[in-house]
Design a protein around this ligand. Structure first.
Ligand code: NAP
Length: 246
């Protein structure tokens, strides 16, 4: 479905981003991906992807840093020639009740989740305009739609990403650049494994499909938004949450 296309996926050394890179590669897409600090995992993953017969390269780059994102994007374009798909996936949590939330916990989450989306989209914008094509996919969360106690910083960052997605879709639709968001629910990754058993079970009991999602579940929705099957879809948020939010 993505034969001959090139994608840049942020935060793909593990979790959902890794799942997206694998599904894209299986569908013939060349993969540029970023990570923050997992050098060994990234090097091993680069080899794994290359063994699938696609071009693959990992870049250590802090998505929260505007200048670093610009430099990384230039390096990716120099290495790959053209980027067709941008997946803004890198994200973190710093969960705590507002009463205890520090300014640093607020800033870290807003910068890594929301500002990074601006940084990367800006960095590839001229390139997409020049190509008169592009599919941007922003990884938000159902929590950005519903809110969640203990996640005011995270929910605000993810709600911000939805507003950003809709605005970019309106601004760039006439240039054949699409921008959509995916809102995962409870997905089994290191991010959710950090939660204790009781909280995990409470989440899962509230899911109509009665299980946590997999990175592959989310990746399949990304594949659809990245591919030519969705050429008339922009500005949308697709919930991938087992029915948790309707
Ligand atoms: P994860 O397992 O914790 O992986 C996070 C990835 O992001 C890693 O590759 C990490 O790189 C990278 N990263 C973190 N900070 C970064 C930075 N400043 N610059 C560049 N890369 C950075 O998380 P996940 O569960 O896969 O989540 C991926 C996305 O889905 C996030 O945006 C998250 O908010 C969203 N999401 C997740 C769930 C869920 O249930 N898991 C639900 C809804 C939404 P290193 O390995 O180098 O640290």
């Amino acid at each position: 479905m993505l034969q001959g296309k090139n994608a840049l996926i942020t935060g793909a050394s593990r979790g959902i981003g890794k799942g997206i890179a694998e599904i894209f590669a299986k569908n013939g897409c060349n993969i540029a991906f970023t990570y923050a600090s997992s050098v060994d995992k990234a090097v091993a993953f680069e080899k794994e992807l290359s063994a699938m017969g696609v071009k693959a390269k990992g870049y250590q780059s802090n998505a929260a840093d505007f200048k670093a994102s610009e430099e990384m994007a230039n390096a990716v374009i120099a290495d790959f020639g053209k980027i067709d798909i941008l997946v803004n996936n890198a994200g973190i949590t710093r969960d705590t009740l507002l009463m205890r939330m520090t300014e640093e916990q607020w800033d870290d989450v807003i910068q890594t989740n929301l500002k990074s989306t601006f940084n990367l989209t800006k960095a590839f914008l001229r390139h997409f305009l020049g190509n008169k094509a592009g599919s941007i996919i922003n990884m938000t969360s159902v929590v950005g739609i519903t809110g969640n106690a203990g996640q005011a910083n995270y929910a605000a960052s993810k709600a911000g990403m939805i507003g950003f997605t809709k605005s970019v879709a309106k601004e760039l639709g006439s240039r054949n650049i699409r921008c959509n968001a995916i809102a995962p629910g409870f997905i089994e990754t290191e991010m959710t494994h950090a939660l204790n058993e009781e909280i995990r079970n409470t989440w899962i009991n509230g899911i109509p499909l009665k299980r946590g999602g997999t990175p592959e579940d989310v990746a399949n929705a990304c594949l659809f938004l990245a591919s030519d099957l969705s050429t008339y879809i922009t500005g949308q948020t697709i919930n991938v949450c087992g029915g948790m939010v309707m």
